[in-house]
Structure formats: C-alpha cells, structure tokens
Design a protein around this ligand. Structure first.
Ligand code: CTP
Ligand code: CA
Length: 225
C-alpha cells in the first residue's frame, strides 16, 4: 500500500536533482575535485522518476548509469553546473542539490600541462558561485528547495545556518565522522532539518532507501494536492 501511494505522488511535477562531484581543471591533465560518487543524487533521481515525476539530473563526472526515465545532463565544473541548473530551475517544483560542488576553482587553467620545477607550488583559487544560494534568492514561493550538508564539526549548528542563509525548505545533514555516513559508502545516516525547526534523524539506510525516506518527508510537507 505504501508502494502504491508512492507510485504517482510526483505525477506532473518537475524534479531537478544535482549529483556527483565537480572537477576544476588546473591544467589539461590535473584537477581539483572530491570523492563524491553521485550515489545519493542518482538514488533521488531514480526514486522521483518512479513516483511519476519528470526528472532532470545534472551531474558531475561519475560512472553511474542513468536511471530509467531520467533526463541526464553531464557537466564538469561548478560554473558549468551553475549555468545548467539555472537554465532548468524555473520550471522545477522540487530541487534536490545533492552535488558536492567545489567551493574554489583555479584562477586560471593552464592551456598546456604544467611541468614540475620548483619545490613549492602555489595555486591561486577563487570562489565558485554558490548554486543553491542563488536558487534560494530566485525561488518561487511554491518551489521546494532541498540542500545537503556534509559536516565534520558543529554539524547541526552549521546545517541550520545553511538552511537559513540559503533560504531552503530542507537540509539533509550527513555527518562525516559517523560510521556508515559519507562519501562512497552504500549507506547514509541523514539528519533532516526543516525550516520550521523540525528535526528528524533517519536510521542508517542504504542510499536508495534514504532517498525514498527523504522524498516521503518532503512530500508530506506539501499542502494537500
Ligand atoms: N552548494 C552549491 N554551490 C556551491 C557549494 C555548495 O550549490 N558552490 C550546495 C551543495 O550542493 C549543498 C549545499 O550547498 O546542497 C551545502 O554544501 P556544503 O559544501 O555543505 O556547504 P557550503 O555552503 O559550501 O559551505 P562549507 O563548504 O564552507 O561548509
Ligand atoms: Ca562546500
């Protein structure tokens, strides 16, 4: 019965999901990135499509297969992800920003491979655009914005602050120092925080079940219809 209720719960809705790491090129053969595998975002995209949504998945580099019925757009850098996400955000009813976006990118990308010379090398970096914060500034009143936070210290406090500052409805907090949480694990222990102050600790779950649970909670919040 729960499965049936889920099946059409997103019919007619456009769900925008981001996933994976971004890659910031230093030269043609080197980059700054992070260990995100995209698993959580792909699981959310798959789950939303199963519930009848039209799903746009904007993903950084990953080897994961595209879930059935999902429109996938591959990007590399944070800047590229920013541009593609903003192109698709206007029509989105729900946005899940599960990508691990690089916060800094090289000020310049060398056109040819850098050769090793000096013993020390200084890289100049500049901030990338904060995609989610921009979505928070542009959001329609009826658009649901869900962010993620990966924290090691003062996790709850930092997540609450991001929820407020980025004007989100929900933030899903991943505590890196908890067993089974974080990068490249098949499981997740998410703490869900709602803008109302409501907090729920999900149990340790396989990422596909964590995705279902997150969708259940987010949809329950929607006024009937
Ligand atoms: N995010 C984003 N654009 C960025 C950086 C982050 O859209 N340039 C999004 C992430 O996808 C995530 C949320 O913002 O949904 C929080 O990301 P996180 O890295 O935890 O927080 P930051 O705001 O980047 O702050 P910090 O890394 O300093 O903790
Ligand atoms: Ca960050």
């Amino acid at each position: 019965a729960a499965l049936l209720a889920r099946r059409h719960s997103l019919a007619g809705k456009h769900v925008l999901v981001t996933a994976g790491p971004t890659r910031e090129m230093i030269d043609p053969v080197r980059c700054l990135t992070n260990p995100s595998t995209g698993t959580m975002g792909f699981a959310l995209a798959r789950a939303a499509a199963r519930r009848g949504a039209r799903v746009t998945l904007v993903t950084g580099p990953t080897l994961l297969p595209t879930p059935p019925g999902v429109t996938r757009i591959d990007v590399t850098s944070a800047q590229e992800m920013y541009e593609v996400v903003l192109q698709h955000a206007d029509t989105a009813d729900f946005v899940f920003m599960a990508a691990a976006v690089a916060d800094y990118t090289p000020v310049e990308t060398a056109p040819s491979k850098l050769k090793k010379e000096a013993d020390e090398l200084v890289l100049r970096l500049r901030r990338t655009p904060d995609i989610l914060a921009e979505l928070g500034r542009r959001r329609r009143p009826d658009q649901v914005l869900v962010g993620f936070a990966m924290e090691t210290d003062n996790a709850l406090e930092n997540a609450r602050e991001k929820l407020r500052r980025k004007n989100l409805d929900w933030i899903a907090l991943n505590r890196l120092n908890e067993p089974g949480a974080g990068f490249g694990t098949g499981t997740n222990r998410l703490t869900l925080l709602h803008r109302s102050g409501h907090l729920e600790e999900l149990p340790l779950l396989p990422k596909d079940e964590a995705a279902e649970a997150l969708l259940d909670r987010v949809l329950r919040e929607i006024p009937s219809g």
